[in-house]
Design a protein around this ligand. Structure first.
Ligand code: HDE
Length: 704
């Protein structure tokens, strides 16, 4: 069911400009008479220096680009609302988390490595940022779709990013980790083992931004009204399930529709299919800080949900696209240091470094310290302090006092404490220690959780990880790097390393490469350190296949493969059921424009075999009529269904089209559904719900 577009958030709405029925003006509001011609001496003569209308236009144009984000440059955003649904006042005083509270949000999803114009389907981590415009100021959740990070200390961040970005001499490759410098770095950093397995898993190639989890990664702290702290890990759980594309699809989608994820998010919201995520928390009492086999301050570790269950505390619904990409999505300034009363930082050394970096980068990227005044970054109830001036200052501070303490301005703005208000209060914490540049020995186990992740995947997901490592390391030219990484993977799981080694023509080294060991010993002189006994060997929450089983087909795109003469009743029969389930039926024909039905009548078609490809669809249906005989001779149609089959998607054929399946490389299985089977439409829907016909995975006869 289509829902109405929600109204603007008032404090941003005030800044929306509508050109409709307005005379064009210069930036000073002077009406423009002629916007085609510069001022000249005679119509063939030289231009004049006094053309202030032209200069006004060009001056602005010449400055339209700002520096893109140094990481996470490519992103897509949307507005929405967060509704708190659980009473957690025992743990946090945060106003926006009080049960029943609704808070406007702006979310932005991104890839990390690529430039602003790079493809959406790169194998990469996805950023998951949410700005909550709470009554107590803006709270920024700045997380990822992968729950751990490559490195443990902020000092290494510029290095990991330099390594993954295009190489500095030739700026190749764009938005890809499959190159020497990335694996050179990773193979010297055993702490990256856990995250590198996640990035080589299907998590790094989501089907949709709406179908991925979000994680705060670090441990944070909740602070309650009495000042008591509780450690907290944040999780976003998508209502549409967690799903991915195949790597072969990702590569092709990048060519056919580099905006695949951006378009998907935009269209879903325009169609009233508002994406939703539940916000969950894992709560760890302060007393339990040291209870686990790993350190909860180490960002390369998860807290398995079996040990600390996720409690759902609210739901986010994205219900409005931005009016303007630059003003909103590009200028949105996220910062994990932007916390509100009731939320605090832990001592995770990666998180601590982030608290500096984001504010610093916004100052540079958005041109100065007034970036908070851009509409998208403004707190909903305003800001009141003595800060003033600076580039592009927009607020007009009233009166002659801009200092504290003052008596002339009645002591205002006043500190919360003076009027018995709480304001932001840092959680009290006893700290005692020597100043050191060092790494805790509790951070030294790099492989146990990497193993936990690999063990928890289904066989199909494991084989994707093997293929991804094999692909990436095959693209590494330096054989020593391949060997070094293989030695790391051998510490995680021998079968994993051997399978990859086979594809690389290498036998994995038994122990770490001496160079890797040397780097590990810089942080831990006694490395390798005997790891603690893990609490669990396998976690069902880490497999996407398990999560996928709960799925539905809302907003999935099903290609109806047709041509002139197709039977309308055969189209409508399937369409009705799919649309009832919330899926989209997309007609694809040999031409765009009017499609002729067998029964008479026409329908406007927007997609053709020329413009579209199988990888952009979730399932395929070939209806009856006079069209199947035409399609039998159409190589593009045959490519569609063969590739769909190869990518383990569901295919349905109406009676008169069944022979088309046998004309191709397709073999009948539970995901190839014929009308002559009983319950064929239900079977098709149920197969689509499973996202993939995983059992077909090992079937490699069809080239794609
Ligand atoms: Fe970021 N990161 N990061 N990061 N990060 C940025 O901030 C940084 C890290 C994440 O949609 C930058 O505004 C450091 C972890 C997201 O606009 C920059 C460290 C996680 C986004 C920056 C990290 C993230 C960023 C670049 C290690 C997951 C996009 C532009 C100490 C929990 C936000 C910008 C958006 C963006 C620094 C590590 C997520 C340079 C120094 C861990 C989602 O400030």
């Amino acid at each position: 069911m289509k829902e109405e577009k929600k109204p603007f958030i008032s404090h941003i709405d005030n800044h929306v400009v509508d050109n409709m029925n307005k005379v064009m003006t210069t930036n000073d509001g002077v009406p423009v008479y002629d916007n085609n011609n510069t001022l000249k001496v005679g119509d063939r003569g030289p231009s004049l220096q006094q053309d202030h209308i032209f200069f006004d236009k060009l001056m602005h144009f010449d400055r339209e680009r700002i520096p893109e984000r140094v990481v996470h440059a490519r992103g897509s955003g949307a507005h929405g609302v967060f509704e708190a649904t659980a009473d957690i006042s025992e743990y946090t005083s945060a106003d926006f988390l009080k049960k029943g509270t609704s808070t406007p949000v702006f979310a932005r999803f991104s890839t990390v490595a690529g430039f602003k114009g790079s493809t959406d389907l790169a194998r990469d981590v996805r950023g998951f940022s949410v700005k909550f415009y709470t009554k107590e100021g803006n709270y920024d959740f700045v997380g990822n779709n992968i729950p751990v990070f490559f490195i443990q200390d902020a000092m290494n961040f510029p290095d990991v990013i330099h390594a993954v970005k295009p190489e500095p001499n030739n700026e190749i490759p764009q938005a890809a980790s499959a190159h020497d410098t990335f694996w050179d770095f990773i193979s010297l950093m055993p702490e990256a083992a856990h995250m590198s397995l996640w990035v080589m898993s299907d998590r790094a190639i989501p089907r949709s931004l709406r179908m991925m989890e979000g994680f705060g990664v670090h441990t944070f702290k909740f602070i309650n009204a009495e000042g008591k702290s509780t450690f907290v890990k944040f999780h976003w759980k998508p209502r549409l399930g967690v799903h991915s594309v195949a790597w072969n699809e990702a590569q092709k989608i990048s060519g056919f529709d580099a905006d695949f994820h951006r378009r998907d998010l935009w269209e879903a919201i325009e169609n009233g299919e508002f994406p939703q995520w539940d916000l969950g928390v894992q709560l760890i009492p302060e007393e339990d800080e040291m209870k686990f086999s790993f350190d909860i301050l180490d960002p390369t570790k998860i807290i398995p949900e079996e040990l600390v269950p996720v409690m759902i505390i609210g739901t986010m619904t994205l219900n409005r696209n931005p009016e303007n990409f630059f003003a909103e999505t590009e200028q949105a300034a996220f910062d994990p240091g932007r916390v509100v009363p009731g939320i605090d930082f832990s001592d995770d050394p990666l998180l601590q470094g982030r608290i500096f970096s984001y504010m610093d980068t916004q100052n540079y990227r958005l041109g100065g310290p007034n970036f908070h005044e851009l509409p998208i970054n403004r707190p909903i109830d305003g800001k009141f302090n003595n800060q003033k001036d600076g580039f592009a200052r927009m607020d007009i501070l009233k009166g002659n006092t801009s200092y504290f303490p003052n008596s002339q301005g009645n002591g205002c703005p006043y500190q919360a404490m003076l009027k018995g208000e709480t304001g932001y209060q840092t959680g009290k914490q006893q700290v005692d220690g020597k100043k050191v540049r060092a790494r805790s020995s509790s951070f030294a186990d790099h492989f146990t959780q990497a193993r936990l992740f690999f063990n928890s995947l289904s066989p199909e997901e494991q084989s994707h990880v093997i293929n991804a490592f094999s692909f990436e390391l095959s693209k590494v030219n330096n054989v020593d790097i391949r060997k070094r990484e293989l030695a790391i993977l051998n510490q995680v799981d021998k079968a994993l390393a051997e399978a990859i080694g086979k594809n690389l023509g290498l036998t994995p080294m038994k122990s770490l490469d001496p160079l890797t060991l040397q780097f590990a010993q810089q942080n831990h002189p006694n490395y390798p350190i005997e790891p603690n006994e893990p609490e669990i060997e396998k976690s069902e929450f880490l497999s996407m296949k398990v999560k996928g089983e709960e799925g539905n087909i809302r907003s999935r795109k099903i290609a109806f493969l047709v041509d002139d003469g197709v039977s309308k009743s055969s189209v409508d029969k399937m369409k009705k059921v799919l649309e009832k389930e919330g899926a989209l039926a997309v007609l694809i024909s040999s031409h765009v424009g009017n499609l002729k039905y067998k029964e008479g009548g026409e329908e406007l078609v927007q997609h053709s075999y020329l413009t579209d490809v199988s990888v952009c669809f979730d399932g395929f249906y070939t209806p009856d009529g006079d069209s199947p005989s035409k399609l039998a001779k159409n190589p593009d149609y045959l490519q569609f269904i063969n590739e769909g089959f190869r990518h383990c998607k569901a295919l349905a054929f109406a009676k008169g089209a069944e022979q088309l399946a046998t004309k191709s490389f397709i073999e009948k299985d539970q995901g190839v559904i014929f009308e002559s089977d009983s319950n064929w439409i239900d079977d098709f829907v149920n197969t689509l719900k499973k996202h993939r016909v995983w059992e077909r995975e090992s079937f490699r006869k069809v080239p794609s």
